[in-house]
Design a protein around this ligand. Structure first.
Ligand SMILES: *Cc1c(COP(=O)(O)O)cnc(C)c1O
Length: 387
């Protein structure tokens, strides 16, 4: 029987029967290579680039959480997305959402273009994707909710379009984590994660994942990983295994905090607009309710001015002014100069990423303390600016 996802964060259905000394925590196999008893007598492991037990355990756990059949752990989210891009050939065309993690946009606009891949960037939450499909279109690449504007893309609907045209649908599921959303169950072909974020959960390691339920894609990805060596190290694999055990409690608390902060920001006279798909009047609310088990712990807001936004960043103390997201510590970022610095200006404008937009990753501190800090910073900044 498929156990609840809270249990699956901690236990695989088939526990390893030969767990060394009965250790509860899966061991770190910190070894580069494995000895053979004789010719043709492998233990199943030969060399850690090709396969390592700790990494494999992690891959099994994440694959199970995403309801896939095979998954791979990479040195970073970007290494995972780069491996995904290796599935394509020069001359192929990919439709990508316009509001993506800045690093993905940078990869697509530079290295992927150099390799002959053509892209069309559209708003997949709003535009008619079929209008952009060409003879050489091979895939659709989305995030939902999008980064940073929190647009919601209907995964099932886009999967239907992809299937009808024989395209692959890849979904970067970093923002919700497998605890809240499972794109493969909604018809996606490949799920991507920056494991650095909610899966790790502690702002202490960089990792990435690709998960699929297609054997053919799995074989290609396995060959690619063995050949390029972009895999996650044994120690980082263990950190991820450890982080995932508390994914459900972390997400539950962070999400609860987020709801309270959203309400505070909505009532603040210094905040123009709050972007969070859990707001009932937001464009994506109904789709989120249909395809996800929660609204997540990421929110974006537009301050009353650029000066206000910049001074908020200067004054926060407990909430750190830092890139990244998904950890126990709350972080606040300035997308225009940080995560989205390499996104072309016209696209930033089209997406509404202005100089007064801030993005917050809500951690698991006390909601009262988080709101208390925002409130005192807002009042201090308002006084300084004379508003
Ligand atoms: C951070 C992030 C990435 C890149 O992952 P790294 O682990 O930093 O390489 C990709 N997609 C999204 C949505 C992200 O937030």
């Amino acid at each position: 029987m498929n156990k609840d996802i809270k249990t699956r964060c901690i236990h695989l259905d088939e526990e390893s029967p030969d767990q060394v000394f009965g250790a509860i925590s899966f061991p770190i196999f910190q070894t580069a290579t494995f000895a053979h008893k004789g010719v043709g007598k492998s233990t199943g492991y030969d060399y850690s680039r090709a396969g390592n037990p700790t990494r494999e355990q992690l891959e099994k756990v994440v694959t199970a959480l995403e309801s896939g059949t095979c998954g791979f752990a990479y040195a970073s989210g970007m290494a995972a997305i780069t491996a995904f891009m290796d599935l394509f050939n020069p001359g192929d065309h990919i439709i990508a959402d316009r509001d993506l993690y800045g690093g993905s946009t940078r990869l697509f606009n530079t290295l992927s273009k150099k390799n002959g891949i053509e892209f069309t960037s559209i708003d997949c939450s709003d535009e008619n994707i079929s209008d952009y499909i060409k003879e050489n279109t091979k895939a659709i690449f989305i995030e939902t909710p999008t980064n940073p504007m929190m647009n919601v893309v209907d995964i099932e609907k886009v999967a239907g379009i992809a299937k009808a045209h024989g395209l692959l649908l890849a979904v970067d599921n970093t923002f919700l984590s497998p605890y809240l959303q499972n794109p493969l169950e909604l018809g996606a072909d490949i799920v991507i994660h920056s494991g650095t974020k909610f899966l790790s959960g502690h702002n202490d390691s960089i990792a990435g994942f690709l998960i699929t339920s297609s054997e053919e894609i799995g074989d290609e990805l396995a060959f690619n990983l063995k050949t390029t060596g972009a895999m996650l190290s044994p120690f980082d694999s263990w950190l991820l295994l450890r982080g995932i055990k508390t994914l459900s409690v972390r997400m539950d608390r962070a999400q609860e905090n987020t709801q309270k902060i959203v309400e505070y920001l909505q009532a603040s006279p210094y905040i123009k607009k709050v972007y969070y798909p859990g707001i009932e009047t937001s464009r994506g609310y109904e789709i989120m309710k249909k395809q996800a088990r929660g609204f997540g712990a990421m929110l974006t807001f537009e301050a009353c001015s650029k000066e206000f936004a910049l001074k908020v960043l200067d004054n926060v103390r407990m909430i750190k002014f830092a890139e990244s997201l998904g950890g126990v510590e709350s972080l606040i970022t300035y997308p225009v100069t940080q995560t989205h610095a390499d996104v072309p200006k016209d696209i930033l404008e089209k997406n509404g990423i202005t100089e007064s937009v801030l993005r917050m990753s809500v951690g698991i501190e006390s909601a009262d303390d988080l709101i208390g800090e925002l409130d005192s910073v807002f009042h201090k900044v308002a006084a300084e600016l004379g508003i």
